[in-house]
Design a protein around this ligand. Structure first.
Ligand code: ASP
Ligand code: MG
Length: 403
């Protein structure tokens, strides 16, 4: 098999851990596989470099930031390569540029536009293990770029897609994806397999494990992703096409997002184009609106409720204020003590009553549902934040995820 193995910051957190990674890679290679390793900077290293830059400037030149930050990954790649060779494994370390990773020019947040895998293919033919510095590429003008925080996952997935690897393993300090956050529900179970779409909906469960952009890319490039721990031999969770999952469970997991706030607009003028005006203004300020509910009142006005993430609340407030001052809205209220609980599963597509069961469960616990939204594979409910943990645990058992 051709395997891409990506090791995150905690997996290469110190020299002993890099040695441990080298052992793992050596075993994979000895078992007859071709291996491309993608590494992050040692944990804390990228933050340290950012702090260094802030010593000189609060707004450092972005090109230089990329030059600076890309060095963290290079250090790890070189050290791992040295360790591998010492073990008798023929390995070569490559920067993003040498690995052929081309990006656009949006420094510190670049997107991969293309990969030229010719050098990697050539090294693999010579039976070498390749260690690539993650998180970086090169733009058209030959300048170093970085892919945004957590971007090494993207490097790994993009490389796996371009060289048609059989598997892309993402190693971190957690064992895989769980049916819910084990800190909230200790009975949470590790999932063996999950579809790309479910993983994207369960983002809050996987946030510490996998960057969402890399799951989207894996789906697009058809890369079989596995998340697993670099500290145990336990099998991880396979994230793959829906067709590859034989027995689809009704529900795969319960996600919790506490990072939500509700905005309620009252006396919204009932005229064509008003929703378009409000949400276009929010969108042009890059504010992500999630759930939207409109209720029509008795007079000529409507109420409009929607949710945004807490860190975008202030920006949203200033936009809403503009609509109040020009008379389109009479009043507004904000509530940041809410959370969103979501029930996710591809099995919902072919079964009825899944949403009803969620509502019954909330009713039994006397939890008031403030907002509801559904998609083909998800039922989301907004409830008061004080019920967050209770809601998660009762849903987890209502769908028998602990069995
Ligand atoms: N080192 C970079 C970061 O800390 C990229 C990564 O670890 O994936 O964001
Ligand atoms: Mg990471």
């Amino acid at each position: 098999m051709l395997i891409v193995q990506k090791f995150g910051g905690t997996s290469v957190g110190d020299l002993d851990k890099i040695q441990n990674v080298a052992r793992r890679v050596a075993v994979t290679k000895k078992n007859g596989n071709d291996v491309i390793v993608v590494v992050s900077a040692m944990s804390g290293e990228t933050n340290k470099l950012i702090e260094f830059a802030h010593y000189f400037s609060q707004n450092p030149v972005k090109e230089s930031m990329d030059m600076l930050l890309s060095s963290g990954e290079r250090v790890t790649a070189a050290l791992l390569c040295i360790a591998l060779n010492e073990m008798g494994v023929d390995a070569v370390a490559l920067t993003g540029r040498q690995a052929g990773i081309k990006t656009d020019s949006i420094h510190t947040k670049a997107r991969i536009t293309d990969i030229d895998p010719s050098l990697m293919q050539c090294e693999i033919k010579q039976n070498k293990v390749i260690v690539v510095a993650g998180f970086q590429g090169i733009n058209e003008r030959g300048h170093v770029t970085t892919l945004g925080r957590g971007g090494s996952d993207l490097s790994a997935v993009a490389i796996a897609g371009s060289i048609k690897a059989d598997l892309c393993e993402i190693y971190t300090d957690v064992n895989g994806i769980y049916t819910t956050d084990p800190r909230i529900e200790p009975k949470a179970k590790k999932l063996d397999k999950i579809s790309y779409d479910e993983m994207l909906e369960l983002a809050s469960l996987g946030a510490k494990v996998l960057q969402n952009r890399s799951v989207e890319l894996a789906k697009k490039l058809n890369v079989n992703l596995v998340t697993r721990s670099s500290f145990t031999d336990e099998e991880g969770t396979l994230i793959t096409k829906e067709e590859n999952i034989m027995e689809e469970p009704l529900v795969s997991g319960i996600a919790l997002d506490k990072n939500q706030a509700r905005i309620s607009l009252f006396g919204v003028k009932d005229r064509p184009g008003i929703a378009s005006d409000i949400f276009t203004s929010l969108a042009s300020d890059n504010i992500n609106v999630d759930m939207i509910i409109q209720t029509v009142g008795h007079d000529d006005s409507a109420n409009l409720d929607f949710t945004v993430t807490i860190n975008e609340l202030n920006d949203a407030k200033s936009i809403v204020n503009k609509f109040i001052s020009n008379g389109d809205i009479t009043d507004v209220s904000y509530d940041d003590s809410i959370c969103k609980v979501s029930v996710v599963g591809v099995g919902m597509k072919s079964h009825t009553g899944v949403a009803a069961r969620a509502f019954v469960t909330m009713a039994k616990e006397n939890i008031n549902i403030l907002m509801i939204s559904t998609s083909e594979i998800k039922v989301s409910m907004v409830v008061s934040e004080k019920y967050a943990e209770l809601a998660v645990r009762s849903l987890h058992s209502a769908y028998e995820l602990d069995k």
